[in-house]
Design a protein around this ligand. Sequence first.
Ligand code: HEC
Ligand code: HEC
Length: 409
Amino acid sequence: MLPPFSTRGALIFLLAAFPWLPPVGAVALEADEAGLTPIERLGKRIFEDKSLSRPAGVSCASCHDAATAFQGANGSPIPAVARGSLPNSLGKRNTPTIMYASFAPPFGFIDDKDEETGKVEKTPAGGQFLDGRASDLLAQVEGPLLDPLEMNAPSKRFAVEAIRDGAYATLAKEVYGEKVFDDPDAAFEKLAQAVVAFESSARFHPFASKFDDYLRGKAELTAIEKKGFELFKDPKKGNCIACHAGKEDSRNPQDWLFTDFTYDALGAPKNPAIAATASAPDLGLCKRPGLDKLAPAGFKIDSLCGAFKVPTLRNIAVTGPYLHNGVFTKLRDVVAFYATRDTDPAQWYPKDEKGKAKKFDDLPETYRENVNVKEAPYDRKEGQKARLSEKDIDAIVAFLETLTDKQKP
Ligand code: HEC
Ligand code: HEC
């Protein structure tokens, strides 16, 4: 990308007026590139390069907008699913924030100890995408680039050539050497590594929220925020921390990523706005390519239908809509859903002819038994008292609002 006009004008003026000045580095620094290393800067330019899509016009940043914690929908008429580069192309899933994504371990099966029985079982964890289908950030880059519903680039080579012939080719050569573009496959890998370097840079994990300041002893939580935090941790109330993990005895922000990167089926209500899932339900993790090869022998892959990765709750107040299908616009509704999904399901799901709520209606009937009904807060039955009261819900929301990074850390 070219420097902003004012800077460019000033450079041209300087060069014209003082031709004896040493040549300005071919790669001018953009105002918001301060603090980035050259490889991170290269990654940022690729991340923001709209010429990599076909037709041109969509970059990673179109959907992962720095202003909303690197999440967004690229001006889609249906905010739950982002608009791609082809006319009328809409995705199938809600865009997640990619802040703190670099902390996800590579996809694999880890040991999971059942607190009650003490039995250890293998459970899937880690990876990128809501179904972990890219093992890590490096493997993830080509996904959106080549996805017809996202950037629709015809090939990796296409992207490499666009960068070779584009505005920051010199920067790529500065970082990787003059011959970087000679072998398109090797070049793609290197350029993707630069994107990963950018996504792993401090601006994607500033740990600059009120909660971080609280951990560091530099800020106090208000009474309601504190109450929300307690409910969040309480195994008999919110129990949120069971999946949106944090290390209770640690005041190190890095120990509070608010996800353990495992997978769970929540039974989100169907989002009727998403046309793509009307006929082909989104089954999540069980459809991850290659899962059968990675799973331990005898593992029931079907039991993972309906499961999606536990997302971080950092910046949650600014990253709506919520859940993999973006069915909820308001954060409070998500928390209320946790509380009353089972005690008052008619509040959340459409009703059948007999007036009974069609629970977990976004999944085919065969997979509805995969939905987690054992763990608090959603271990209740219809008519029972919810684990969280209306006031409790308000308090948890107030706590979640402390997780927003200040814009300029
Ligand atoms: C058209 C919108 C769109 C564009 C363009 C886009 N993304 Fe995404 N991104 C998404 C959506 C939607 C998902 C979730 C998809 C899924 O899970 O199947 C996602 C997921 C991700 C994830 C995984 C996050 C996680 O927690 O699992 C990363 C990382 C990511 N994108 C990076 C990128 C990069 C890098 C680019 C550019 C090469 C890019 N995205 C372009 C919409 C987009
Ligand atoms: C048993 C694991 C588990 C527990 C317990 C749990 N969550 Fe979640 N949470 C998830 C999973 C998995 C998702 C993603 C589900 C999906 O997209 O379908 C999620 C999604 C969310 C989202 C939406 C995130 C986004 O970016 O769209 C919010 C908000 C949230 N949880 C808050 C909470 C709160 C508050 C609690 C406690 C009251 C809680 N969760 C308890 C597993 C859990």
